[in-house]
Design a binder for this molecule. Structure first.
Ligand SMILES: [Zn+2]
Ligand SMILES: [Zn+2]
Length: 379
């Protein structure tokens, strides 16, 4: 009986090593490069061939790999390293662990990094907490990122990978700049996630809520998640995130410039812009619909669409949230607002202040996500 137990234990133990979850992330998803310089101080090989340093270039649907010893054309590369490797492209230097599969599509490199989920989180959390100070907030971020990752796996399944490396999924810049507190927070919360009705939640988070978070379904048409409810972020008149840099913002845009933006991106025709107004607001006061009008024509768009269209056009620091008011004079359109980001789920700067006040990461998470359970799962 005893030996049977030991045997069972061994099976479970080995299983947990073999099953450490690996995920596939596409590197440089938004702008796949044509060529990279690959370099590694660790031992790397691809399809039986050792590589230390090489130029890897996409040539139509093939890959050209060159260095002083090799000049070969291949249909794909499957690079396995026993340590860190670095790739350089378009003035970026990025370091990764795990494996790298490379193929070519229309002279662009498609690079897919396979990495253990917990190791992936060390990079993601490091990128997310660059302006956060208090340790319990790091742990809250680690659990939120782990949960969000599990919920979003499969988003890019049809393209052959699990997640992309942009903010569309979560920012993943490799291991060049790693934050020690972030790594510790990931390790100390290993396997911990938030569940609602037994499933990992969509643990959305953002930088600064501006006083109150928003209901997901008020921001996105398909966002109706019960656990993403509006939350007053701290005592009245004293929101937790109020001391964060950028809590209040004001952006003045030359009216002529804004009119060109409206013609190009909203009206899609060159008619004069007579005005812009907020038609309706969400329960937390964010602009839910905005109307752009000309003399005989008007166009309505959602606050969330405006946030994304204006962000891509004017830069993401111009209109920093949809919690704003608009005023117009003959020369300028002025947006006065609060907060940074979409406003759904955890407010990262609010979490930081809660941590400073002595709340635990579990209390922080349960403040922002309604009715969830914090559980530890074998991932
Ligand atoms: Zn994505
Ligand atoms: Zn907040």
């Amino acid at each position: 009986m005893k030996s049977k137990n030991i045997f069972l234990f061994l099976i479970l133990f080995l299983n947990s090593i073999v099953n450490a979850k690996e995920i596939k992330i596409m590197i440089s998803y938004l702008t796949p490069p044509n060529a990279i310089d690959f370099e590694s101080k660790s031992f790397c090989k691809s399809n039986g061939m050792a590589i230390k340093k090489a130029k890897i270039k996409a040539d139509a649907q093939k890959i050209l790999i060159t260095n002083e010893k090799i000049k070969e054309k291949k249909s794909k590369l499957d690079i396995k390293c026993n340590g860190m490797f670095t790739i350089k492209y378009s003035k970026k230097t990025r370091s990764y662990y795990g494996n790298l599969k490379i193929s070519a599509q229309n002279s662009k490199l498609k690079m897919i990094n396979s990495i253990e989920l917990e190791k992936y989180l060390e990079s993601v959390v490091s990128a997310e907490v660059y302006d956060i100070e208090n340790y319990e907030a790091y742990k809250a971020q680690a659990v939120a990122s782990r949960t969000y990752t599990l919920a979003s796996i499969g988003r890019h399944k049809s393209n052959g990978f699990d997640l992309c490396d942009s903010t569309h999924c979560q920012l993943y810049n490799g291991y060049g700049k790693i934050n020690r507190k972030a790594v510790k927070a990931v390790q100390e919360t290993r396997g911990e996630i938030l569940e609602y009705k037994g499933r990992p939640i969509w643990a959305f988070y953002h930088s600064i809520c501006g006083g109150r978070t928003d209901k997901a379904s008020d921001i996105w048409p398909d966002g109706g998640k019960d656990y993403l409810q509006p939350v007053t972020d701290g005592p009245l008149a004293k929101p937790y995130c109020r001391k964060a840099y950028g809590y209040r913002w004001r952006t003045k845009i030359n009216y002529k410039k804004f009119e060109v933006f409206a013609q190009k991106k909203i009206f899609k025709t060159e008619i004069p812009l007579k005005g812009v107004k907020i038609i309706s607001r969400t329960s937390s006061g964010r602009a839910s619909f905005i109307e752009f009008y000309s003399t005989n024509y008007s166009k309505r768009i959602s606050g969330s669409d405006f946030y994304h269209i204006s962000g891509r056009y004017f830069g993401w620091d111009a209109i920093r949230s949809t919690l704003f008011s608009i005023s117009i004079n003959s020369k300028y359109i002025v947006f006065e607002g609060k907060g940074h980001g979409h406003g759904v789920g955890m407010c990262q700067h609010g979490a930081d202040e809660m941590a400073r006040l002595g709340y635990s990461y579990e209390q922080i998470l349960k403040h922002y996500y309604s009715g969830v359970n914090l559980v530890r799962r074998k991932i």
